[in-house]
Ligand binder design. Structure first.
Ligand code: SF4
Length: 347
């Protein structure tokens, strides 16, 4: 199987105890069965502690129970912010999740594409400073590996969608272009003639409801919850910023390479695009709020934290999927009306 990587992939290295938002914090750590089998053979104090703190979560997965006494964190993350399992048993005996995060592998058309999760601050920094990072994933060599015309069309559609986010236009216009183009792509894949989105029988989606959706998610960090709640109160007066837009373009490309082909394959390319639009409304709303009140949070941390709070939670993904598939207000047409409404306020 051929492997394709973004430009920065091989340069990434975990910065361990220098990390400002470690993956050892906030999450339950999955323990795969092969690793647990090994842990069951470990003797001494560490082996006993591992067995005592490995539990079954509400989804039936084996996980390390969170240590809530000193903030929600992995119980093997010590006071020096280093991993006791890594120190005691070696890197080769970390669970699959710990050994691989933030590396993600997505298989498409007989090839593996490897990306890094934006939920890791160090990976986020690489993504924010690298131009055209995903070119290899859409190179002609990648298209040549497509087994048929339809999959080649899908890979090319992804490339053209990502290209939208590299233009110098304000982000709100790029989101409209992306939504409109994806609607055309969906029609072509369904064997229909491309046609403009007809919004005449639709009502405008409400930006407030997008904030309410996110407020109803499982939220790990109190600081994130407080900031989200405050930004929600002012969400109808978002001041859009070009500085934020530049960074968000890189985040949008990450979303496209993480989700677009999968959702296109599942017959719903709009899913990935709507998620990008929702991510933009929330993160630019938060940026607008912190900018107004001089709160010191970097753009990288807003985007990274959004990824950590929303993308890596099974429960939040389910809630997002339910909202996108069952709420009429989140149709492509209603979202287009909302984006056009934001543009009207700008002009
Ligand atoms: S989030 Fe990234 S940099 Fe931070 S500890 Fe985890 S892998 Fe390392």
């Amino acid at each position: 199987m051929k492997n394709f990587y973004p430009a920065f992939y091989s340069q990434f290295k975990c910065i361990a105890n220098k990390c400002e938002d470690s993956c050892c914090k906030d999450w339950d750590i999955d323990v795969d069965s092969e690793t647990e089998q090994y842990y069951n053979s470990v003797s001494g104090e560490l082996g006993d502690k591992i067995r005592r703190l490995t539990v079954t979560d509400k989804y039936g997965e084996r996980v390390f129970i969170n240590n809530t006494e000193c903030g929600v964190r992995c119980p093997f993350w010590n006071k020096d912010m280093l991993c006791d399992i890594y120190i005691g048993l070696g890197e080769e005996h970390l669970s699959h999740t710990c050994a691989t995060f933030p590396r993600l592998k997505v298989d498409h058309y007989g090839c593996s594409e490897h990306i890094l999760s934006f939920a890791c601050p160090e990976a986020a920094r690489f993504m924010l400073r690298t131009e055209n990072a995903y070119d290899e994933l859409d190179s002609s060599e990648r298209i040549d590996t497509a087994p048929d015309d339809v999959s080649a069309f899908m890979i090319e559609s992804r490339r053209r969608t990502a290209e939208i986010f590299r233009s110098g236009d304000p982000m709100i216009y790029k989101l409209i272009d992306c939504l409109v183009m994806t609607a055309q792509i969906e029609r072509i894949l369904q064997g229909e003639e491309p046609a403009p989105l007809d919004t005449s029988n639709y009502v405008e989606a409400d930006i407030k409801s997008v904030f309410e959706l996110h407020k109803g998610f499982e939220i790990m960090s109190k600081k994130w919850r407080d900031t989200l709640n405050s930004a929600a109160e002012e969400c109808e007066n978002i001041i859009l910023s070009r500085e934020f837009d530049d960074a968000f373009g890189k985040f949008a490309e990450y979303y496209i390479y993480r989700y677009y082909l999968t959702s296109l394959n599942e017959g719903d390319a709009m899913y990935a695009v709507k998620r990008i639009i929702f991510a933009y409304l929330i993160t630019s709303g938060i940026y607008s709020y912190i900018h107004k009140y001089n709160i010191d949070i970097s753009i990288m941390r807003i985007l990274q934290r959004y990824s950590k709070e929303v993308e890596h939670s099974y429960e939040n993904t389910e809630k997002m999927n339910d909202a996108l598939s069952s709420n009429d207000n989140y149709s492509a047409e209603s979202i287009l009306l909302m984006l056009e409404g934001i543009c009207d306020k700008l002009s």
